[in-house]
Write a protein that binds this ligand. Structure first.
Ligand SMILES: Cc1ncc(COP(=O)(O)O)c(C=O)c1O
Length: 355
C-alpha cells in the first residue's frame, strides 16, 4: 500500500491489468473501465481518506437507501493527452463545485475539494497508461456519490460512498441527430432537482425518449414543465439555436443544468465576435424561424459529445429540416474548445488544468 505525497490518498495497486485486452483504436463511449477506481466512505459524520483500489464490484446491503430513494448524484468530465503525452483536465474545479451543488440538493454531505482533486489525480496517475492517446479519444471520468447507509425509512442515509471510475472512450460523434420537441413530459420542474446531476433525472428521461425513438427521432428537446412553450435542454445536453447569425441559449435555472461546455461555448463565441443571446427561447420562435429560413443551426452541448449537431426537429406531427452549412458555428466552436482541451491552442481563459 502506498500513499500520495500529502498522505491523503492511499493506493492499492491491482496485481493484474486488463489493458492488453483493450483495442484503443476502436473505443466506444463509456463501456470499458480502467484497472483502478477511487472509493471514499462517509461514516460517523465524516469523509474517510480516499483510496485508490483495484476496479471491481461494490457490495451493498439490500436496504441501502440508494436502491429505495435514489439518493445519488454524479459528474462527467474528461482527461486528455496532448502530443507530448502530458495529461490535462478541463475546468475540473467546476465539476467539483457542481457535484457539491447536487449534493446539497439531495441532502448528501459535500465532498471537500482536496478529497475530490487529490483522489482524482492519484487515480489518473495510477491508470495513466489507460488515458487514450489517439486523436479525438479521451478518458471519460465519472465521479459519483450514493447513499450506502441502510434503512427503509424515507430519510437521508447516514453513510455514503464517493467513487470515481475511468472509462477510456473514443470520440462520441455519431452523426447528426433528429430531435422531437416534447409537448407532454418534463425533465424537471420549478423547485425540483433539474439543476442537479441526480441519477433520477436521467431515469425519468428514458421513457419519453423511448417514445420519441419509436417515432423515428434520436433525442427529445425538453420544454418547460409549466407551458411547454420554452426550449430548455436537448437530451442530457444544453441547447444552442442559431437564428440568422445570432446564437441563442436559454438562461440556466432550477430546471436547467449549468453545463460547463455551455458556459465555455458562450465565452468562445463572444471572443469569435459571434452575437450571443442568453435568453428564453420559445418553440414558436424556432418553428417560425424554420419556416422563414432564418433557422440556421441547432446543437446540443455537453462534455461527452462536446457539440452534437441537430439535423432537424419534429413538432406537432410536422418535421422541419435544418440546412447543411459549409461553415457552421457548431464545427467552429467544437474545434476551438477541443483545441484548448487537447493543449493544441492557447488557453486565454485559464481553463486547462495540467496533471
Ligand atoms: C441535463 C444535462 N444538461 C447539460 C449537460 C452538459 O453539461 P456539461 O457541459 O457540464 O457536461 C449535461 C451533462 O453533463 C446534462 O446531464
Amino acid at each position: 500500500m502506498e500513499t500520495t505525497a500529502n498522505n491523503l490518498v492511499t493506493v492499492e495497486k491491482s496485481k493484474t491489468s486488463k489493458i492488453d485486452q483493450v483495442d484503443f483504436d476502436n473505443l466506444s463511449f463509456g463501456s470499458i473501465y480502467s484497472d483502478h477506481m477511487l472509493v471514499c466512505d462517509y461514516k460517523n459524520g465524516a469523509w474517510e481518506n480516499p483510496k485508490v483500489v483495484p476496479y471491481g464490484p461494490v457490495s451493498l446491503d439490500p436496504s441501502a437507501k440508494i436502491f429505495h430513494y435514489g439518493q445519488s448524484i454524479f459528474e462527467g468530465m474528461k482527461a486528455y493527452k496532448d502530443s507530448e503525452e502530458s495529461t490535462w483536465l478541463f475546468r475540473p474545479l467546476d465539476n467539483h463545485k457542481r457535484l457539491n451543488i447536487s449534493a446539497k440538493r439531495l441532502a448528501i454531505p459535500e465532498i471537500p475539494e482536496d478529497y475530490f482533486m487529490e483522489g482524482l489525480k492519484a487515480l489518473l496517475k495510477v491508470d495513466d497508461q489507460w488515458i487514450p492517446k489517439n486523436e479525438g479519444s479521451s478518458m471519460y471520468i465519472r465521479p459519483f456519490i450514493f447513499a450506502s447507509g441502510q434503512g427503509f425509512h424515507a430519510s437521508p442515509a447516514n453513510e455514503y460512498k464517493f467513487m470515481i471510475c475511468l472509462a477510456p472512450s473514443g470520440s462520441y460523434f455519431s452523426g447528426k441527430v433528429k430531435v422531437l420537441i416534447e409537448e407532454k413530459y418534463s425533465r424537471s420542474a420549478n423547485g425540483g432537482v433539474g439543476y442537479a446531476k441526480a441519477g433520477g433525472n436521467y431515469a425519468g428521461q428514458f421513457y419519453p425518449t423511448q417514445l420519441a425513438v419509436e417515432k423515428g427521432y434520436n433525442q427529445v428537446i425538453w420544454t418547460d414543465d409549466n407551458t411547454h412553450e420554452y426550449i430548455e435542454e436537448a437530451g442530457a445536453m444544453n441547447i444552442f439555436v442559431r437564428i440568422n447569425d445570432t446564437l441563442i441559449t436559454g438562461p440556466t435555472s432550477d430546471r436547467i443544468l449549468d453545463g460547463i461546455t455551455r458556459k465555455s461555448i458562450i465565452e468562445i463565441a463572444k471572443e469569435e465576435k459571434i452575437a450571443v443571446e442568453v435568453r428564453k427561447l420559445t418553440v414558436a420562435e424556432v418553428v417560425a424561424a424554420a419556416k422563414d429560413g432564418s433557422l440556421k443551426e441547432m446543437f446540443g452541448a455537453g462534455t461527452a459529445a462536446v457539440i452534437s449537431p441537430i439535423s432537424g426537429f419534429g413538432f406537432k406531427e410536422t418535421d422541419y429540416d435544418l440546412p447543411e452549412l459549409e461553415e457552421s458555428y457548431a464545427s467552429l466552436l467544437k474545434k476551438r474548445i477541443t483545441d484548448i482541451q487537447y493543449n493544441k491552442a492557447e488557453d486565454k481563459f485559464g481553463w486547462r488544468y495540467k496533471l
